[in-house]
Ligand binder design. Structure first.
Ligand SMILES: Cc1cc2nc3c(=O)[nH]c(=O)nc-3n(C[C@H](O)[C@H](O)[C@H](O)COP(=O)(O)OP(=O)(O)OC[C@H]3O[C@@H](n4cnc5c(N)ncnc54)[C@H](O)[C@@H]3O)c2cc1C
Length: 315
């Protein structure tokens, strides 16, 4: 992990990325034909090209019982920007909801302090897999043709990605750590699902479907991400722009360049990478290797566009 962070820091220094960073949230993007207008919480910027690499854009999955409690402590989501694991008390009782890699890693980390009581709510049996999908999908050739055989942004593509992803799985080394913590009694495993949760003076009281009850100082949902097309920016673009969308709001992307297609069938000046490009790149679109592949495709078409523009100027 530290090697990855060192590498990321080296890249930032090498390209002086800090000097081009604007600390602002993008609220709207408009493809005007010749340019792209990017509205932010600070300024409006006009640019020739725009790459949307917004990840899940704060689209998370919550259990139904949590929806009325989320705006208030002590219930939170692990990916909520306000969640701070260092703020958990040394002797706190902590409930963690979820049965995938994030929930199990969080549980084993939180349980490292012996004064804490940690309960992991995992309703299904743990599934152990080394990777999130078959390694064939890491090569982005051959197997991605299975996706491209279906229309862009179609239900068939979305279902294929879902089918081949091993969602909710845990790698063996994380599972071993969990097993040790369970054997040593540092984590209690609760298989029954929470039915009701009620806030009570800074704590939360939960009742499970089998009738068992707990009281927690912190209850953390590690229940995964929602649809990448339901993030704030994608939802806004779906309603406001002339860009094409398909099944469940997926962007209609060109398979060779990842450019978002306009409703008139021409490619826009907006390209998409990350999880929202999964219907083109497959289940690893959201991983580092998928980001690298998207980078290759996008810089490839940008270079040829710039060459063509240069030739036009010379003529
Ligand atoms: C726990 C965990 C472990 C992982 N482990 C691995 C691993 O071992 N190997 C691997 O390959 N991948 C791993 N991944 C996946 C890896 O993190 C992703 O590949 C990578 O983060 C995806 O990069 P991204 O740029 O597409 O999106 P993100 O990293 O999600 O970045 C999106 C960025 O866009 C910003 N943003 C969103 N909306 C707006 C807006 N409206 N305006 C401005 N900014 C906005 C966000 O603040 C964020 O900074 C892991 C992910 C998690 C969560």
């Amino acid at each position: 992990m530290s090697l990855f962070f060192d590498h990321a820091e080296w890249i930032c220094d090498r390209y002086d990325l800090e000097s081009i960073r604007m600390d602002a949230r993008v609220t709207t993007i408009t493809d005007t034909g010749r340019n792209v207008e990017v509205d932010t919480t600070r300024d409006c910027i006009t640019t020739r090209w725009c790459l949307l690499a917004v990840g899940h854009g704060r689209s998370f999955t919550y259990p139904e019982w949590a929806t009325n409690l989320l705006s208030s402590n002590p219930v939170t989501h692990v990916w909520d920007p306000t969640f701070d694991p260092d703020a958990i008390g040394e002797t706190a009782s902590v409930g963690i909801v979820g049965g995938g890699i994030t929930a199990t890693q969080l549980a084993t980390t939180v349980a490292q302090l012996p004064g804490r009581d940690v309960v992991l709510f995992a309703r299904s049996p743990f599934r152990v897999e080394t990777l999130e999908a078959n390694t064939d999908w890491m090569h982005f050739s051959g197997v991605t043709e299975k996706l491209h055989a279906h229309p862009p942004a179609s239900r068939a593509r979305e279902e294929l990605v879902t089918e081949v992803r091993y969602d909710g799985t845990i790698p063996p080394y994380v599972f071993r750590r969990l097993q040790r913590a369970l054997e040593q009694g540092r984590i209690e495993l609760e298989r029954s699902e929470i039915a009701v949760a009620t806030e009570a003076g800074g704590t939360v009281v939960t009742t499970c479907q089998d009738g068992s009850a707990y009281c927690f100082d912190d209850l953390i949902c590690a229940t995964g991400f929602g649809s990448p097309y339901d993030g704030e920016l994608f939802r806004h673009l779906r309603q406001q722009s002339t860009l094409q969308t398909g099944y469940r709001g997926a962007p209609v992307l060109d398979d060779d360049t990842l450019r978002w297609m306009r409703q008139n069938g021409t490619p826009s000046r907006i390209a998409v990478s990350g999880v929202a490009a999964q219907q083109v790149l497959g289940p690893f679109a959201r991983n580092v290797i998928g980001a690298k592949r998207a980078g290759t495709l996008i810089t490839g078409f940008l270079e040829s566009e710039l060459d063509a523009e240069k030739q036009e100027v010379e003529l």
